[in-house]
Design a binder for this molecule. Structure first.
Ligand SMILES: [Zn+2]
Length: 318
């Protein structure tokens, strides 16, 4: 164990042990090696040391967002995204049904806003927030979802005005996830619901694939939470867990496919601006889709044992 200047987010311990080093396997934004460590006391896994903000900024490609064009491959991708997002939509709709809150749903880290568009089509009032101005603009333009460019702890919304707040794959990217959870608690109505989703480092995929598991997404993921880490963090920020789900149709099979063949990952090919003809792009997309389908049984099985590669949690204020 080494002494660590940065204390553990969950338990405050300064002790940690190195797990592995890795580079940006998915998007190739840098060749630099980063080190991933495990807390010597609570076991929380994190990037250590995390890149400085101006450095981290460079590891987020500017074409990170899905903006469909009129090509066949793009139409296929949007149809696929809608199909697999129904899982998230259903989970959020159930959380809203459980609650007596009346305020709108706010999606923090809304990206291009497809989720918000689908919730809006179900009659839910929606708001979006994203760190990227371009993403917020796409959400507004393509999904008619009013979206602001801001961080959640500086969001221009009244305290106690939000009925449901969703954060899908956001917290693992932040230096201070606690600041977002504290802000979420303030923004929510008393019986409002928080829904968070993060990769689950207690999954079988991580055990089998180690640093090749795409859930670690070095260097963009500062933390690699297990479900229990996430629950401790939520509890410490004044939330109680209502429901948890270890399977996500959008994320788990695709995550395994991208771990096994990251060069086929459609987003990685777009981000890396790999030059492909329309036919090649469609062929690679179909090969990726076949790999995703082949990954489905394993990901369903690991989730059935509470070791799915993502965890989605519904929580309410304590
Ligand atoms: Zn710890």
């Amino acid at each position: 164990m080494s002494a660590c200047p940065g204390a553990c987010l969950i338990c405050g311990s300064a002790r940690f042990a190195p797990l592995f080093t890795a580079s940006d396997r998915l998007y190739h934004t840098t060749a630099k090696l980063f080190s991933v460590v495990r807390c010597g006391d609570c076991g929380l896994i994190r990037l250590h040391p995390p890149p400085a903000p101006d450095e981290l900024h460079r590891y987020y490609p500017d074409n990170y967002w899905f903006a469909p064009d009129s090509s066949a491959a793009s139409r296929l991708e949007e149809a696929y995204r809608r199909l697999v997002l129904r899982d998230h939509v259903r989970f959020a709709a159930q959380a809203i049904a459980h609650s007596r809150a009346h305020g709108p749903l706010l999606d923090a880290g809304c990206g291009g806003g497809l989720f918000l568009g689908m919730m809006r089509q179900r009659g839910v009032r929606v708001l979006g927030l994203d760190y990227s101005r371009e993403a917020a603009a796409i959400a507004w333009r393509r999904q008619q979802a009013p979206a602001v460019c801001a961080t959640l702890d500086a969001a221009p919304f009244r305290a106690g005005s939000i009925g449901a707040l969703t954060m899908f794959h956001v917290l693992e990217h932040l230096y201070d996830p606690r600041a977002y959870l504290t802000a979420a608690r303030e923004l929510l109505e008393p019986d409002g619901r928080l829904i968070v989703q993060v990769p689950n480092a207690a999954c079988w995929q991580f055990r089998l694939l180690g640093r090749r598991w795409n859930g670690v997404d070095v260097p963009r993921h500062i933390f690699d939470f297990r479900g229990r880490d996430m629950e401790m963090l939520l509890h410490g920020c004044g939330f109680e867990v209502v429901r948890r789900k270890y399977f996500s149709l959008r994320d788990n099979p695709a995550g395994l496919a991208s771990s096994l063949a990251h060069w086929l990952d459609p987003m990685a090919r777009r981000v890396r601006r790999i030059r492909e003809s329309g036919g090649t792009r469609l062929a690679k997309d179909l090969a990726y889709l076949a790999l995703v389908a082949a990954s489905l049984p394993f990901t369903v099985l690991e989730a059935a044992f509470g070791a799915g590669s993502t965890v989605m949690i519904e929580a309410r204020r304590r």
